[in-house]
Structure formats: structure tokens, C-alpha cells
Write a protein that binds this ligand. Structure first.
Ligand code: SF4
Length: 509
């Protein structure tokens, strides 16, 4: 039975999961994935089990465990989480899986809520997996339902790149028959008869051809042939291209190849499109992924030629590129965004950690920040931390400083991966003061609960002190900050690893 409903991309992903018989969902919070996970939590119909994870690697590994036992699994992570998840992902492709595993990788073009701008489509190349890049609600539904099937056919996980704009897109969705009460494929242990090299050979000879056939022939990749100029796009940009071309008669003769499947790259389909056109414009976000595959063919414009900006694209960008297609390098996108131009995104003005940040600003030592609210204290006027490389990365970064410095890390970042840095710091006898911001939530990503690993930390680092900043401010007023600074200075003067848990209640959660 089929029925059509008008819905958002987010709801379409939810419905596709339900209709695909998903049993296990593992999620790590972060923009734009938190909204997806919250949808599944809110509308849990008891057909699946969902848990927040502190680490993307663990989220992927648990999904793989469910897969080998026949449960279709969905992994929800933001783009930076793909970097951690890549380890089990890449090995799972040659190891083989059981029931389908689909990763929803939440990209953030323009880095609205992220520490960088990263394009998850490249993981299709690195891991040799299929990557879908849906363009709207129907596409999101169709890609996800097909992703589970192809994951089982090829015995490898599949990635679907999503964005905030895809989640919010609206359109009609044709639902197919829900897959209820059906167990997925189980893991086939005979693969252990193969060497590790043999497993990779098996992938290239058996699984990869299935993926290539799908990418070349899938109706999800759509071609509209018109004149001598052609556009190639993927993701939500395809919908923007469609509306741009249909809105203005000047572009009535522009052909359009909309790719919902970008990995394996459909070389045959794209080569045929290229042959039929004198010039090509590639529109995609965030990086020139498709463009890099076709640039060698000649008259191809896009981000690398300066016709379109890197990162997020809108209709105005596409109109500009089409109007300037005859120029080799239009040179429009040369400015670099500053905080002063964009406007600051500071921490909450009533953040209870403000006294700590003012202390950190005054100290004459290097201070490694972490992902989370503390990263927003790096720019002026606070200027509290010096660096911010990765979630959980502050402790290891501070261990590289030339003298005892400070690592400021949230309790979520510590549980995510920071504790591994702490183990190394202790093992190496490093000089570092670790300040853990203990507010029991992942504040930056929506207030998800943070696991308490304090006793594990105490077992590693006997020199552990807890400073209840909220209580101190209540009892001592301004003197609380002086007392906290005294404790910090005392720990800085000591050799070795010291930990101060600074306890506060986040005013947001
Ligand atoms: S969200 Fe919470 S922890 Fe983060 S800046 Fe605001 S009050 Fe502070």
C-alpha cells in the first residue's frame, strides 16, 4: 500500500526509518543532528531502541553489533563525528555486516553551529561506501529506504549526507509499504576464511560492483536534457537549481543532472551528460566534490573557478554563476568573513562560569579550550582560551605546551574522548592543569545529560579537587573568584597532572 503526505525532510527521514524496520538508533548530539534524534525520541513508537552516545566511534560500533545480529541500525552524527566514526566504518566495509547500517551525517555548510565546515561526501571515497545526498523530502525518504536495502545487498554501511536545510525542506512524500516484523540479514562468519587483503579483494569483486551499478542506474539520479549549457548538482542545492532554472526564461535551455547518489561516483552517467554540453556549471555544498571529479573534462565552472562560493549556496549565487559563465574567473568571492562583520556569538551573559573565564584571561599561561561553550570565550572581549582543535582535545593539546598550562574541558568532552588524553597525560608524567566544567549536560548541543566519570578521573589523578562555584558565589560573593584563582595558581605551581572540577548549573538547562 502507498500513501502520499506533505511533510518536512526531517519527518521524511523519520518515516523512512519506521517503514524500513529500523530497530537500533545510536546518536551523538550536535547541530544539525540533535533535531533528528529529538524527533525520534519524541515520536518513539516502541519499534526501536535509541540512546545518546558520548562518542561517535562507540555509536558506530554499537550499530555494527546490532547489525550482525540482524537489526537494521541508524547512526546519527554530525560531520565532525564522521572523523571518529571513520575507524570502525572503514574496517566494516571489508569485514562485512549483517542487517543494514545507515549513517546520517549532518553537515553544516557555513558552519552555523560547528567548529569547522566539512563535507561528509568525501567519506564515500575514503571508506568506499555509497553516499546519498538527498535534495528534499521525497528524496530523503527514497534515499533512506533504498540505503537500507543496498547496505544489505553490498554488506557495507551506507552514508546519507543531510543538512539543516534538508531537514526543514517541505514537499510531498509517497510512502511505501512499511517493513514490519522482518528480521534483517545476519552476519556471515565465513568471511573469516579470507585474509585481510582477501577481504578487501572480496569487497572490490563482489560488493563494489553492486554499488557502482546502483549509482549509474538509480532513478534517484535525475537528468533533464535541454540546451548546450548543463548544470550538475547534489543535495538540497538540486532543489535550488530546479527553482532557479524554472523561475527565469533566460535559463530555460539549461540542462540539469541532479545527483542524489554521489558515491560511488556515477562516471558513466556524468560522462554522458558532459559529452552532450559545451559548458558545465557544478553547484554543490560545501566543497567541490563533484567538481573535482569532472574538472579534467574541460569547460567546467564551479567553486574552483570562482563562479560559486565554497560552503553554503543560495539562488543568488547560482544566478551570478550562470550570468558569468563565459568568464574564466569572475572573482566575486574574495572576502573572508570576520566576527566583526557577521556579529559575535558569545556565551550567555549570565553564564555561571563567567568568573572563571575572567580569571583565565588574566593568567600568563597557555590555555587549551575545547569544543562546547568555552570555545566561544576565545575571541575578544573575553579572550579566555588560546586554542580549540577538537571535542575532547584540550588535555592532549595542553600536554604539548612548553610549560605547565591549562586544559579547559566540559564534562561531556571529557567523557567523549578527553579521558584518553588524561590517561596519556598521567602515563607520560605531563605537567598540566585540567579544569573540568562540570554542569552535567552537553550545553552547546541541547542539554543532553553528560555521564559522570569523576570517580574514574580520581582513580587516575589523585590530585583532584572540586570547586562548587555556584555555592561559593552564593556564600562569598566576589571573594569566590579570588578563592578559585588561588586554587588555580596553587595547582599551576605544582608539578604533574592536577584536576579541578568547577561545578556550576547551566542557566540554559
Ligand atoms: S549554555 Fe550554559 S554553560 Fe553554556 S554559556 Fe550558556 S549558561 Fe554557560
Amino acid at each position: 500500500m502507498q500513501n502520499t503526505i506533505h511533510t518536512t525532510g526531517l519527518d521524511a527521514l523519520y518515516l523512512a526509518s519506521i517503514d524500513s524496520g529500523v530497530k537500533r538508533i545510536t546518536a551523538v548530539a550536535g547541530f544539525p543532528i540533535t533535531a533528528v534524534a529529538e524527533k525520534f525520541i519524541r515520536d518513539n513508537d516502541n519499534t526501536y531502541d535509541l540512546h545518546w552516545f558520548t562518542s561517535e566511534k562507540s555509536a558506530m560500533e554499537t550499530a555494527l553489533g546490532a547489525s550482525v545480529c540482524g537489526c537494521r541500525s541508524l547512526v546519527l552524527v554530525k560531520h565532525v563525528g564522521m572523523n571518529l566514526l571513520a575507524d570502525p566504518l572503514i574496517t566494516s566495509v571489508t569485514h562485512t555486516i549483517g542487517a543494514g547500517v545507515v549513517i546520517l551525517a549532518g553537515d553544516d555548510p557555513a558552519a552555523f553551529g560547528s567548529q569547522n565546515e566539512q563535507d561528509s561526501r568525501w567519506y564515500g571515497k575514503i571508506a568506499e561506501v555509497m553516499v546519498f545526498d538527498p535534495s528534499g523530502s521525497q528524496s530523503a525518504y527514497s534515499c533512506l529506504t533504498r540505503a537500507f536495502e543496498i547496505s544489505e545487498e553490498a554488506s557495507a554501511p551506507v552514508i546519507i549526507r543531510i543538512t539543516d536545510r534538508l531537514e526543514k525542506s517541505e514537499g510531498c512524500v509517497l510512502r511505501t509499504t512499511p517493513r514490519t516484523g522482518v528480521q534483517g540479514k545476519h552476519f556471515e562468519p565465513s568471511v573469516w576464511k579470507l585474509t585481510m587483503h582477501g577481504k578487501h579483494q572480496r569487497f572490490h569483486l563482489r560488493s563494489q560492483p553492486i554499488l557502482i551499478r546502483e549509482a549509474e542506474a538509480s532513478p534517484l539520479n535525475r537528468v533533464s536534457l535541454k540546451g548546450t549549457v548543463g548544470m550538475i548538482s547534489s543535495g538540497v542545492v538540486s532543489a535550488i537549481v530546479d527553482s532557479t532554472l524554472s523561475a527565469d526564461n533566460r535559463w530555460a535551455d539549461v540542462s540539469h543532472l541532479a545527483l542524489d547518489i554521489v558515491s560511488p561516483f556515477p562516471y558513466g552517467l556524468v560522462a554522458d551528460f558532459l559529452k552532450r554540453h559545451e559548458s558545465i556549471l557544478v553547484a554543490e555544498e560545501s566543497e567541490p566534490f563533484i567538481e573535482s571529479h569532472v574538472r579534467v573534462f574541460g569547460n567546467v565552472s564551479g567553486k574552483e573557478t570562482g563562479h560559486l562560493p565554497y560552503g553554503i549556496l543560495d539562488k543568488g549565487h547560482i544566478v551570478f554563476a550562470l550570468e558569468n559563465l563565459d568568464k574564466a574567473h569572475p572573482g566575486e568571492y574574495t572576502s573572508i568573513q570576520t566576527i566583526a562583520e557577521r556579529g559575535p556569538r558569545p556565551i550567555c551573559s549570565d553564564c555561571p562560569y563567567m568568573p572563571l573565564y575572567h580569571i583565565l584571561r588574566r593568567l600568563d599561561v597557555m590555555i587549551a579550550g575545547d569544543m562546547g561553550c568555552s570555545i566561544r570565550t576565545a575571541p575578544e572581549p573575553l579572550g579566555a582560551v588560546d586554542t580549540g582543535f577538537s571535542l575532547g582535545g584540550a588535555i592532549s593539546t595542553a600536554c604539548g605546551f612548553n610549560k605547565k598550562g591549562i586544559a579547559v574541558i566540559g564534562d561531556f568532552g571529557l567523557a567523549h574522548s578527553g579521558i584518553v588524553g588524561l590517561i596519556n597525560a598521567v602515563d607520560h608524567g605531563s605537567d598540566v592543569l585540567v579544569i573540568v566544567l562540570q554542569n552535567d549536560v552537553a550545553a552547546m548541543t541541547g542539554g543532553q545529560p553528560s555521564p559522570d566519570v569523576k570517580e574514574a578521573v580520581r582513580a587516575l589523578v589523585p590530585d583532584l579537587e572540586t570547586f562548587d562555584l555556584d555555592a561559593s558565589v552564593r556564600n562569598m560573593g566576589d571573594a569566590a573568584a579570588e578563592e578559585l584563582e588561588r586554587v588555580i595558581q596553587e595547582k599551576l605551581a605544582q608539578k604533574g597532572v592536577s584536576v579541578i572540577y568547577v561545578k556550576c548549573k547551566c542557566v540554559m538547562y
